[in-house]
Write a protein that binds this ligand. Structure first.
Ligand SMILES: Cc1ncc(COP(=O)(O)O)c(C=O)c1O
Length: 408
């Protein structure tokens, strides 16, 4: 607390919130919540900010830190958004989403083998909000949530914001789930409130096998634990198919399926995603949804219907381009003597780095002007994550620069 302020009221540390009052005419200081003190800002965004600072100084940065496709949103989806604006779809929608979009989402999920009904869907401003609502709905203070490391940067902060604790099961160095199933079995107990699974994975690009997912099913059923299945990269796979956890026997009623439009349709800035769950969860999460975001943006939801129905060709083209870039990155790194766990999905790769990954990433951006994310942000020290959602020319340049600065 600043010296310029003193607590207004009892100073015995009784845990009561007290407003801080200026004593010497200084500026007001917010007494922010203990809850927010538990988390740090997103590490990926922090690197992005450093890249933006360098760029503002005129430095040419190859930014491989960002988690978004470098393609335009498909033209027909943009047109559908514009048409929705012209048609006056600018008011609130039903809190859980436009019925036609919820129906289209349920239809898509049924295609993935999940017995979904439109009323079991909440349409959210991004998959991130769907995850946040789910964690808030299922995690109480002191609850334990099991994560598979390396894990996406926001799971742990979401759990901490709900007052929960995380237990981590490491999948390095293969990043596959099958070899980690014994550790997962040991980590999940009847005390576990939630297990979070993300396939294809950010940051590793691993796509978990059907056998491994069946193993997750057995562990979840034995311990009567619900599972969040984050399937946001589901369409971006190379030569393998991703299976929805909620489609496995015994899993529909204990799986919250999360998905969104950001990655598959290159719609990150539109902010559109969803959750699917059976039972009470939609009602409970829906309370938070209605008291926080109200609804996802009306005309964006209309564009989402077009994205679900008429983008097959555009998605195929993007995925083919990502696959070529994946191959290029793997080859370039192999030529530089770096062996990778070859990713089968998403658009990320984990580069093993010898020294401290934080120091490596800082040198990469400050000296080579290549932005990456240090592995510790994902619970994977000793690695740096790159996104290969960049042009082939920029990817070559990045690897050349890293070699030039002795980082590879
Ligand atoms: C694993 C994972 N889940 C969820 C999200 C959320 O994406 P959005 O909120 O853009 O739908 C992301 C975005 O980076 C992600 O990588």
């Amino acid at each position: 607390m600043s010296d310029a302020f003193h607590p207004n009221g009892d100073e015995q540390g009784d845990g009561q919130r007290r407003r801080r009052v200026a004593t010497d005419g200084g500026a007001f200081a917010y007494d922010t919540s203990e809850r927010l003190g538990r988390v740090e800002p997103s590490a990926t965004l922090a690197i992005g900010n450093r890249a933006a600072e360098l760029e503002a100084d005129g430095v040419d940065v190859v930014d491989l830190s960002v988690g978004e496709p470098d393609f335009d949103t498909p033209e027909n989806v943009v047109e559908a958004g514009k048409a929705a604006l012209d048609a006056g779809h600018t008011g609130y929608t039903s809190s859980n989403g436009v019925p036609e979009l919820k129906r289209a989402i349920a239809e898509k999920l049924r295609g993935d083998g999940i017995d979904a009904d439109a009323e079991e869907v909440i349409v959210t401003p991004g998959g991130k909000q769907a995850l946040y609502e789910t964690v808030q709905a299922l995690v109480d203070p002191g609850d334990e949530v099991v994560l598979l490391d390396p894990a996406w940067v926001s799971y742990e902060p979401m759990v901490k914001l709900a007052g929960g604790e995380t237990t981590h099961v490491d999948t390095a160095p293969s990043f596959q789930l099958a070899p980690a199933l014994d550790d997962l079995r040991a980590a999940v107990t009847e005390e576990t409130a939630l297990l979070i699974v993300n396939t294809p994975s950010n940051p590793t690009g691993a796509v978990y096998s059907d056998d491994a997912l069946a193993g997750v099913r057995d562990i979840a059923v034995e311990n009567d634990v619900p599972v969040v299945s984050d399937e946001i990269y589901e369409q971006i796979t190379y030569g393998v198919e991703q299976t929805s956890l909620g489609s496995l026997d015994g899993m529909t009623d204990r799986t919250v399926t999360i998905n969104g439009f950001s990655k598959a349709y290159s719609m990150t800035g539109w902010r559109l995603g969803y959750l699917h769950a059976t039972g009470d969860l939609v009602g409970e999460a829906g309370k938070l949804h209605s008291h926080s975001v109200s609804c996802a943006t009306n005309f964006v939801q209309r564009a989402g219907i077009e994205a679900l129905r008429n983008t097959e060709e555009a998605v195929t083209e993007m995925v083919e381009a990502f696959e070529q870039r994946r191959d290029l990155v793997v080859d370039l790194l192999a030529d530089a003597g770096v062996e990778l766990a070859v990713p089968d999905g998403a658009f990320y790769a984990m580069i093993p780095v010898d020294d401290d990954d934080q120091a490596w990433s800082e040198r990469a951006i400050d000296e080579a002007h290549v932005a990456t994310v240090p592995g510790n942000a994902f619970g994977a020290p000793g690695y740096a994550r790159i996104s290969y959602a960049a042009s082939e020319q920029r990817l070559r340049e990045a690897v050349d620069r890293l070699i030039e600065h002795d980082l590879l």
